[in-house]
Write a protein that binds this ligand. Structure first.
Ligand SMILES: [Zn+2]
Length: 118
């Protein structure tokens, strides 16, 4: 599938980590390539990487990884990736910050909708 991130098309692919050298060798469960504009999402059906999960857990995990990688794409397309290529984890590459946005965004959106501020 493809998504429009601030005017740039990103391709999102669900891949088996066992067959994806990039994810496997880096111990990643997802990635967002700022050059190729490709987002890879690890297939949660692979128990060796995700453990045994219910279908609902797989769905929620996949969605959370997608939000995480999409947030990276937004930061990339905002021109923030360059300033992140500095010594010692610039804020736009801070995994805690990315996770915070990815985890909190649906809740923030719900609140925005509820109060009608979006
Ligand atoms: Zn990340």
């Amino acid at each position: 599938m493809t998504v429009n991130v601030l005017g740039t098309k990103y391709t999102i692919k669900i891949v088996k980590i066992s067959k994806c050298k990039l994810l496997r060798e880096n111990n990643w469960i997802g990635s967002c390539n700022q050059i190729t504009k490709e987002i890879l999402i690890g297939d949660t059906n692979e128990e060796e990487y995700f453990g045994k999960m219910t279908d609902k857990e797989k769905e929620l995990t996949t969605k959370e990884i997608m939000r995480h990688e999409i947030i990276h794409a937004f930061l990339n397309e905002s021109g923030l990736q360059d300033s992140s290529m500095q010594y010692c984890n610039a804020w736009a590459k801070n995994e805690e910050m990315i996770d915070w946005i990815a985890i909190q965004f649906p809740k923030i959106l719900d609140v925005f909708k509820k109060v009608g501020c979006i």
